[in-house]
Design a protein around this ligand. Structure first.
Ligand SMILES: [Zn+2]
Length: 402
């Protein structure tokens, strides 16, 4: 793999060993659509490791044996690529970038990132905005990246919006980030300008410790994507931008509650389809409605009924993505037995007591936050959320083992 940056345009050329079908770090198969993309607002000068790590978030799934950058990288970043992926990276010859003093938040506008923002009220936002690619037709015009950017602007926070078409480098399964970390390209490239030493993401307990989305039902202390000692954590740290997960110890019920109680509550939006509000009819809206109804202790409010083919998965036995939150909702939403989730009740013995661990913070998640930002998180979690008891900690650490 050979990559080069020119005025915000990233071009990459596959080598003989590389392939256009690959797997992202979460093992999801992805297919390449085109070999260039652009990122707006990239400074002329930034540390070469920042350019290298930003490029790696796009080209990692296609790279098999080696990568050649257009400028020399530090031995630290080369080692992180070697140890994490078995990739020979070069040329090597730059001094490592020391971590900066500041923390920025990779802000999507969803409940999880709003909750992360509530913990650090002074941290600036960097928001990734999808824009069309000049050579790839946009078959996904219902995806309202413009709406999300407008909501981010209304928060009044110090905000950098980074426009990029990098999601169109994927043809399958659909346009999207080649690696989850590609959302950070903009923040990486402006990390020198903003003196960043950390970048906070809204990944919560499920994504960090319970295997999240595409992995199911498995306690994942060594999560390759989000653990500080995982391949990605070490690579970002080598470039002086630590991955920080302020809400890594709490569930989506807690992030929902924190978001809805925060100053930013009017700007929360997890749905990528609605213009004046969430669409209410996508899978994500349904899942988040279950959580919100549980948090607000009210009946489910959704246009979906049990005979809708789009909700078929909830009539099937588990596992479900975000299963811990499904159990939490089943145990708490009044009248849930008369909704489309009624069938799922048969598969669980969920009670408020058996799901109470999802209302508290898992302490090891605080311990892995880099030192400059750890104490603020610890204080926030102790006072606003509460830490898990030993029994509750055991629920996390035996998740999926039963
Ligand atoms: Zn929706």
């Amino acid at each position: 793999m050979r990559v080069s940056w020119s005025k915000g345009e990233l071009t990459f050329r596959l080598g003989a060993d590389d392939e256009i079908t690959g797997r992202a770090a979460d093992d999801h198969p992805v297919k390449l659509a085109t070999n260039s993309c652009s990122v707006a607002g990239v400074p002329e000068k930034a540390h070469p490791d920042l350019f290298a790590v930003a490029a790696w978030t796009v080209v990692a799934p296609w790279t098999r044996k080696e990568i050649v950058f257009d400028r020399a990288i530090s031995p630290e970043v080369a080692a992180a690529l070697h140890d994490g992926w078995g990739i020979e990276a070069g040329p090597v010859g730059a001094e490592a970038r020391p971590a900066g003093a500041n923390l920025a938040i990779s802000y999507s506008g969803g409940a999880d990132s709003v909750a992360a923002a509530a913990i650090y009220p002074d941290a600036p936002f960097v928001h990734f905005r999808r824009v069309p690619h000049p050579r790839v037709p946009n078959r996904w015009s219902h995806y309202r990246s413009d709406v999300l950017a407008r909501l981010a602007r209304r928060t009044g926070r110090d905000l950098t919006i980074v426009d990029s078409d990098l999601e169109f480098t994927l043809s399958e399964p659909r346009p999207g980030y080649p690696e989850h970390h590609a959302v950070a390209v903009g923040a990486l490239l402006v990390a020198d300008q903003m003196n960043l030493g950390g970048l906070a993401f809204g990944y919560e307990l499920g994504s960090r410790w319970l295997g999240g989305d595409r992995y199911l039902l498995r306690y994942t202390p060594d999560n390759l994507m989000w653990a500080p000692h995982g391949a990605w954590g070490r690579l970002f740290a080598a470039a002086g931008v630590h991955i920080v997960l302020p809400v890594g110890g709490v569930s989506e019920a807690v992030t929902m509650r924190l978001a809805l109680n925060s100053d930013l509550k009017d700007h929360v939006r997890w749905c990528l389809q609605g213009t004046d509000g969430p669409c209410r009819t996508c899978g994500k809206c349904l899942y988040k409605e279950l959580i919100q109804a549980a948090v607000e202790r009210r009946p489910l409010d959704t246009p979906f009924t049990a005979d809708d083919p789009r909700v078929r998965k909830w009539l099937q036995p588990p596992p479900y993505g975000g299963q811990e939150m499904v159990e939490y909702g089943l145990a708490r939403v009044p009248g849930i037995e008369n909704t489309l989730f009624g069938k799922a009740l048969e598969y669980f013995d969920a009670t408020e007591e058996s799901t109470s661990w999802l209302d508290h913070c898992y302490p090891p998640a605080i311990e892995e936050i880099p030192e400059p930002w750890r104490e603020g998180t610890a204080t926030f979690m102790s006072s606003k959320v509460g830490l898990m008891t030993e029994d509750e900690v055991r629920r996390v650490e035996t998740w999926g083992a039963a």
